[in-house]
Structures are given as structure tokens and as C-alpha cells.
Design a protein around this ligand. Structure first.
Ligand code: GLA
Length: 745
């Protein structure tokens, strides 16, 4: 009895603690679509506003397809006990959860702050930037703020602007709490980035005291290898940080070939509070390249009769390598030193060409099938695009530099071919109506010639609307003329982006969605060269069902990607209903890669995806037979990013000639298994863990259709793991993947 009584007292005590430390604002929100700045005021009568949940978008709560402004309001008491029970008493924080896209936050009618791309208050600037719907909104104010009404009713008003798609406060639980030490002792993981030095990896972490008081305690840093369960202690030190003070912690350890975590534990001496944090370090799975030759990349290539052909044999091995190609159709010639095959073939047909690459260490040969017919792009395109790194600050030098690095760092030897300029190259039109490049590009034809001489291909970007998404000149009313200009410039690839065509289309009916794309296709087909046609309209009207029919070689299936897990996983793991529509010549495009240094503008940063997430990104895209367009500054490729982009067995899954797109064959909790059928009868699977902790997985092989004994090969590590029948057990790291190939014995 006494025990039960004590338990009740304890429960009551801990319950009152919970109540005292957080005010939960999950329920009680009111909503009104539209915009009026007076709605921030406390005395607005919102009794007739509708009730709304903050856990899902306004679209899913009766406002389908509504884009634009909307206001949320809630009334609540802020108890002074929050402050009284806190260790640090200076700041109160309002957590709103996630908001799509931009928000302004008002307390009792007073503007407190906002989150948008420009950080300005004028309405015209109230527009979102890339991936801006992802971060959680938190507004922190001083407990001395005159507009907090302690122990009385307060009114929060949130003004939101949704630029498209889902809108509103859509995820997370809004709440009010005091900012505690974990908010003030900042372990800055992005002040520096991992650098590779030989077999070592190095990074400096910065610990910062942003509070007004001295923070003292013990900080330990340890590096943990997840699979071998090794732990290396890096530091264990007492720290005593004055207000505003920072301390650097350089960390250096061996590069590993398994998921690796740098773990921080800070024990605050005065309050006994423990802060745990973790940083995931890059680890390298791709084995070192062999010196003996290997021929990589696509094994089948398509070209239309009498159209310019250019193919560089992607081969690795000690240089110099000499090439041979037996069985080339009439009209094609090989440069034996560079491995570049060029020319034109008049006769339709399927030509099996035996390619050979030879050096002092040995020889490799492979069959390349050249299909001369109506189809091009028989395997997904591989290359680079300027958007995810340079955004609108792209220029000729950056494009040329990327091409040179494709050669220098050997990317071209793994099949990376296209160098594509995205938005931001156009100046307007000359007196003849011809599109002209802006001052950042001196001579487009010269640029494309240089790329072709290197054995690379050249891509460009436009919109069927009057303006591109970045506000540059689009092709509207100049479609056929632009197609001709592209051919004149030697363009091999066009990304055609809906953007301002939204203002031209009468509605979103299929004929209206198809119309501008059909028109440009007509122009492209009149050219003397094949131009890969990339439709970009974010999946509208289930484009995968009709994209190929109107000449598209690939089409975007979603909105823009960002370099965050939420964006990557939301896009990657939703590619299911379009799977049947991918195949040789026509591919679903879940957007470009966000590994390496990205930034969508002049200032770049290392991808915010962890190492595990980047392995997931590349593995999933290869399983999906997705176009692989590197979106980073290739002049900053480090060992880790190169390992991601130059693993030939991984790339071979993407470039498999069968051209099937993977489908999910198992989903349970955080685990998903995606399976792709390959031309040789074997299957590639990705075992993905979408959860925040590593998980043990038992794969029941027969449930996935694998009967009898199968050899399982680790694709990243390029090694056989063994022969399995019945089940296969493994551990998959948080947000990570095991990428395997299964072949029947
Ligand atoms: C859209 C596209 C992006 C990029 C930009 C350029 O947002 O989806 O991939 O091309 O336009 O402005």
C-alpha cells in the first residue's frame, strides 16, 4: 500500500514536472485562408474561424489545392511556473513544428520573427527558398519581453505563405517551454567539414556557450564503429565556458569502411543535465581501382539514323590505355588513343561491337550494342547539372571546369557523360528573335565544341513559358527557332521546365499539359542531331503515363529535391506508381543528386545528408533506374564523394540494359526492401532503414521470390558475402542501406 502511495506521489510529481516544463499547443488552433495583417491582433474575433490540426497540411483539411496566404491563431495561458522551475530563466521558446512554406510569428499582436528565404518583412519578400518547408520553426524570446502575459491569456498568430503543394503548419507538436542548457551549449557540427588526409579523416568541432552564464562540466568525444563495435576515445575533458566563449575540438581518426559516429556527451556540473549529440562521419566502401583495364558504364546505346554519334568508351586502369572496337557499323570511327567513337550511321539495325581496352597490365573487353533506330537514351543519362550547386550564378568557366574535372578525376571513365547548364544562362533575344546567352557565357558553340572534344556531351535548359523559373528568357513563341539554335550550338540534351507556362496554360487538363512539350519535340525532331528531351513539370498529370508518347526521354516525377533527409526520403521512397513506365529510352526522374558540395547559388556547403543518407541516395537512385546527374561542385570532390560516384558495380545497376525500375517488395516499420530485376537474371535489392537507429533485419528470401541457394554480393564493397538459402541477416544503419545483388546458384 505504502509502495502504491509512493508511486502515485512520484507519478504526480513527475506529471507536474512535465506540465511545468512544457505547454502543449497541439490542440485549439483556428484557421482562416487569406491575408489581413490585422489578424495578428489579440482582439480579432476568431470564434467563427475553422478549427484546424497542425499535424497535417491545410490541403488535407478541406482546402485542396489552396496555395497562398493563411493564418493560424491559438489562445493559451503561459504559466509563470515554467520560468520558476527552470534552471536557466532567461528565454522562452515557442516551437511551431514544420511550416510549408514561410511564416511570420506574432505574440499578442506583436511581430516576433519570421522564417523565409530573404529574412525581410515586406510581402513581396515573403517567398520561400529551396527546401524551406523542412526545418522546424522555433522562436525564442527573453522572459523579460513586455508582451508576454504571464499567467494570463496570450494569443499566438502565425501568418503563412504557401507557394505550392502542401501548405500550413503540417508536422510536429507546437509547444512553449523554457530554453535550457541544451539550447545554449552548442556543439557546432557544421563549423568545419571532414577532410581526408591519406588514411586519416579530420574535422574540428566547435563548442560554444551562447548563454549568459558560465557553463561547466565534462565533455567526452568518442568515435564509434557501428559494425565492428570498436570505440576510440578522442577527448574527455572538463570545460568551463564563459558566456560567448568557444572551444575547438579537432578530431582525427582512421578512415573506415563501416558506418562511423562521433559521439559527444556533455555532463553539466551544476544541474547534472546530460547533453548527447552525434555526428556521422564519412566512410568508404568502394574498393580501390585496379590497374588492369576494365570497361564500365552503359552496354547499350541508341542513336537515330544519320544523326551525330558520340560515345566515349568508359575505361579504368593504368594509363596509357589503347582501345579497339570490332564490328563498328559503317560511318563510325574510333580514336584508338582516346576511346572516342564518332560519326553517323545511315542504316538502321542492332550492331554488336566488341570493345577492347589494353594497357601494360592486361586487357579487358566488352560487347557494346549500338542500336540505330528510333530510340535514344537506352540507359538513364549520367552527367552533371549546374543547378544544385551554382543555381543562377552559373557561368562558362564553372561549366568548363566541371568538364575538365570529369576528365582529370576520371569520372568520364565510369560513364559520366553529360555536362548540363541549368537555368541562368540566357540574356534575351537578338533582332532576329534568336536566344542569346548572357555575359557569363562568351560563346556557346565554342563551349560545346570543347566538351565534345573531351568526349563529353552538352546540355542546356529552357522553359516553354515566357520566363524560366529563375526569371530568365524562356522559349515561348520561339520554340522551333530555339530548337534550331540548340542544334547549331551542338546541344545534346534539353531540360524543358514548365515554370511560367503556368500562366499560359488554360488549365491543367492533359492536352494543355502536353501542348508545349509536343511543340518543342517537333522542333527537336527536325534537327540533324539527337537531343535528349528531359521534361520538367514536377509530375503533373501523371506525366509518366504520357511523357514517352510525346517524345520525352525522361521526366521529373516530383518537385525539387533538397540536401536533407526529409526531402530525399520523401521523394525517393515514393517512386512506386510510376515504376511500370520506366524503360529503355524513357525514364522517371526523381531529380538530381545532392551529394558533395551543393548550395543552389554562389555559396556552397557540404551536403547536409549524412554518409548513410548519401549511400541511400545513390543506391536508391540506381535501383530506380533514375537519371544520375551530379549536382555538386566537382572541383571539391573529396575521397568520400568520389567513392560514391565511381563505384562501377553500383553504376552498373543503374545502367543495366533491361531498364527495369525497382519496386518495394517488403515494408515493415522502418525497413523497406526494394528489388530491381537485372538483364542477366540476377536481382539487385536495397535493404533500407528509414529509422533513426541501426536495425537488425532478417530477410526471408523465399518471401521475396528467391527460391533455392543464392549468392549474395555486397555491391558497394564489390565482394561476395556468401551463399544463402531461406534467410539472410544483416544490420542496417540509421537512414542507411545494404545494397546487394542476388544470383541463383
Ligand atoms: C525548377 C526546376 C529545377 C531548376 C530550377 C531552375 O525549380 O525544378 O530543377 O531547373 O527550376 O530555375
Amino acid at each position: 500500500m505504502k509502495f502504491i502511495f509512493t508511486l502515485i506521489i512520484l507519478l504526480l510529481f513527475s506529471w507536474s514536472e512535465v506540465v511545468a516544463s512544457t505547454v502543449n499547443l497541439e490542440k485549439g488552433w483556428k484557421f482562416k485562408a487569406g491575408d489581413n495583417l490585422t489578424w495578428a491582433k489579440p482582439d480579432v474575433d476568431d470564434s467563427k474561424w475553422e478549427s484546424i490540426s497542425t499535424g497535417q497540411s491545410w490541403e488535407s483539411q478541406g482546402h485542396e489545392n489552396y496555395d497562398g496566404f493563411g493564418w493560424y491563431r491559438i489562445r493559451m495561458v503561459i504559466p509563470s511556473s515554467l520560468k520558476e522551475s527552470a534552471y536557466l530563466k532567461d528565454s522562452l521558446q515557442f516551437i511551431l513544428g514544420k511550416v510549408d512554406d514561410d511564416d511570420q510569428f506574432y505574440l499578442n499582436g506583436v511581430f516576433i520573427g519570421q522564417n523565409n528565404s530573404k529574412h525581410q518583412t515586406s510581402d513581396s519578400a515573403f517567398r520561400n527558398g529551396n527546401g524551406f518547408y523542412l526545418p522546424e520553426r522555433k522562436y525564442t524570446i527573453s522572459t523579460n519581453h513586455p508582451d508576454i502575459l504571464w499567467d494570463k491569456e496570450n494569443i499566438i498568430a502565425v501568418r503563412i505563405f504557401d507557394q505550392g503543394g502542401g501548405g500550413g503548419m503540417y508536422a510536429g507538436i507546437p509547444s512553449i517551454s523554457m530554453a535550457d542548457i541544451s539550447q545554449y551549449l552548442v556543439i557546432d557540427k557544421r563549423a568545419d567539414f571532414y577532410k581526408f588526409e591519406g588514411n586519416y579523416i579530420k574535422k574540428t568541432f566547435v563548442v560554444r556557450n551562447t548563454s549568459n552564464v558560465v557553463l561547466n562540466g565534462n565533455l567526452s568525444i568518442a568515435v564509434k564503429l557501428e559494425e565492428s563495435r570498436k570505440e576510440i576515445s578522442i577527448a574527455d575533458s572538463d570545460i568551463d565556458l564563459k558566456s560567448g566563449e568557444i572551444k575547438e575540438f579537432p578530431v582525427s581518426f582512421d578512415v573506415s569502411n563501416e558506418p562511423t559516429k562521433v559521439q559527444f556527451t556533455f555532463k553539466h556540473r551544476d544541474s547534472n543535465l546530460i547533453i548527447n549529440d552525434v555526428d556521422e562521419s564519412p566512410y568508404i566502401l568502394t574498393p580501390k581501382l585496379s590497374e588492369t583495364p576494365a570497361i564500365n558504364g552503359a552496354r547499350v546505346v541508341g542513336v537515330r539514323p544519320n544523326k551525330i554519334f558520340l560515345f566515349t568508351i568508359p575505361a579504368t586502369g593504368l594509363c596509357p590505355i589503347t582501345f579497339d572496337a570490332k564490328g563498328l557499323p559503317d560511318g563510325l570511327i574510333l580514336d584508338k588513343k582516346t576511346g572516342i567513337i564518332t560519326g553517323k550511321v545511315a542504316k538502321q539495325g542492332e550492331y554488336k561491337v566488341t570493345l577492347t581496352a589494353k594497357n601494360i597490365k592486361g586487357e579487358a573487353s566488352n560487347i557494346l550494342t549500338i542500336k540505330v533506330g528510333t530510340q535514344i537514351m537506352l540507359t538513364p543519362p549520367m552527367g552533371w547539372n549546374s543547378w544544385n550547386c551554382w543555381g543562377l550564378s552559373v557561368d562558362e568557366e564553372k561549366v568548363l571546369q566541371s568538364a575538365k574535372i570529369f576528365k582529370e578525376k576520371g569520372l568520364i571513365n565510369h560513364g559520366w557523360t553529360y555536362i548540363n547548364i541549368d537555368d541562368g544562362w540566357q540574356a534575351g533575344r537578338n533582332a532576329d528573335g534568336e536566344i542569346v546567352p548572357n555575359k557569363n557565357f562568351t560563346h556557346v558553340r565554342t563551349l560545346s565544341d570543347s566538351l565534345h572534344q573531351m568526349g563529353l556531351k552538352f546540355g542546356i535548359y529552357s522553359s516553354p513559358g515566357p520566363l524560366t523559373c529563375g526569371g530568365y528568357t524562356g522559349s515561348y513563341r520561339h520554340e522551333i527557332q530555339d530548337a534550331k539554335t540548340y542544334a547549331k550550338w551542338g546541344v545534346d540534351y534539353l531540360k524543358y521546365d514548365w515554370c511560367s507556362y503556368a500562366t499560359i496554360a488554360k488549365d491543367r487538363s492533359l492536352p494543355e499539359l502536353m501542348k508545349p512539350y509536343l511543340l518543342m519535340n517537333k522542333g527537336l525532331m527536325q534537327n540533324d542531331r539527337d537531343i535528349v528531351y528531359s521534361l520538367c513539370q514536377y509530375g503533373m498529370g501523371d506525366v509518366w503515363k504520357w511523357g514517352a508518347g510525346i517524345g520525352g526521354n525522361l521526366w521529373r516525377t516530383t518537385g525539387d529535391i533538397g540536401d536533407m533527409w526529409e526531402a530525399l526520403s520523401a521523394i525517393g521512397f515514393s517512386q512506386t506508381q510510376n515504376a511500370d513506365y520506366a524503360g529503355p529510352g524513357h525514364w522517371n526522374d526523381p531529380d538530381m543528386l545532392t551529394v558533395g558540395w551543393v548550395g543552389w547559388g554562389p555559396n556552397l556547403h557540404p551536403s547536409r545528408l549524412t554518409a548513410n543518407e548519401q549511400y541511400t541516395h545513390i543506391s536508391l537512385w540506381c535501383l530506380l533506374s533514375a537519371p544520375l546527374l551530379i549536382g555538386c561542385d566537382v572541383s571539391r570532390l573529396d575521397d568520400f564523394t568520389l567513392n560514391l560516384l565511381t563505384n562501377d558495380e553500383v553504376i552498373a545497376i543503374d545502367q543495366d540494359p533491361l531498364g527495369k525500375q525497382a519496386i518495394p517488395v517488403y515494408k515493415s516499420g522502418n525497413i523497406q526492401i526494394w528489388l530491381k530485376e537485372l538483364e542477366d537474371g540476377s536481382k539487385a535489392i536495397g535493404i533500407f532503414n528509414l529509422g533513426a537507429d541501426p536495425e537488425k533485419v532478417t530477410v526471408h528470401l523465399s518471401d521475396l521470390g528467391f527460391k533455392g541457394v543464392h549468392t549474395i554480393r555486397d555491391i558497394w564493397q564489390q565482394k561476395d558475402i556468401g551463399e544463402f538459402k531461406g534467410t539472410y541477416e544483416t544490420t542496417v544503419s540509421n537512414h542507411g542501406v545494404k545494397f546487394l545483388k542476388l544470383t541463383a546458384k
